[in-house]
Design a protein around this ligand. Structure first.
Ligand code: ZN
Length: 158
């Protein structure tokens, strides 16, 4: 890393720290030429994919929007902040290299990740996403979950 003061490319990392959720790494560096210190931050590159909305318009991918939707679905569920951060990071990783993606596809990908984390959160997210209108809609979503994970549920249903 070039020194911002003397522009020499000769520094030494003197301290490395990770942020609370583990997605940002802060490095304190010392320039070996002028002796001054500076800090760098390392984080996952923001995804530059464009999202195609239902009406056909395109908007930049917004990780906060995804996060808010996931947080709402996880409300009062035994899910840690860090697990939500990991889910959003996993989603972003799978979007790397994509130019455009539909809202539907992002919704599906988020749902699949959420399903592995917590089934109640998954059904909640699906209800918003698919705009469930009746109790019957919830019923069929739950039937689908039970059918997809027979080994987890057989014990309690026999
Ligand atoms: Zn320097």
């Amino acid at each position: 890393m070039k020194c911002p003061f003397c522009k020499a490319d000769n520094d030494k990392v003197i301290e490395t720290r990770t942020s609370d959720d583990g997605f940002v790494i802060r490095r304190r560096r010392a320039c070996q030429m002028c002796g001054r210190r500076f800090t760098t931050y390392e984080r996952i590159e923001a995804v530059s994919v464009r999202v195609i909305k239902r009406d056909g318009s395109r908007v930049p991918f917004d990780r906060n929007k995804i996060r808010q939707g996931v947080e709402r679905a996880c409300w009062k569920r035994p899910i840690r902040e860090s697990q939500i951060s990991e889910l959003v990071a996993a989603l972003e990783t799978s979007l790397e290299g994509e130019m455009e993606i539909s809202t539907e596809k992002i919704g599906e990908m988020t749902m699949n990740l959420l399903r592995a984390l917590d089934e109640v959160a998954y059904v909640r997210f699906a209800s918003v996403y698919y705009r469930f209108e009746t109790v019957k809609d919830f019923g069929s979503a739950i039937t689908t979950i039970l059918a997809a994970n027979p080994e987890q549920h057989n014990a309690s249903h026999r």
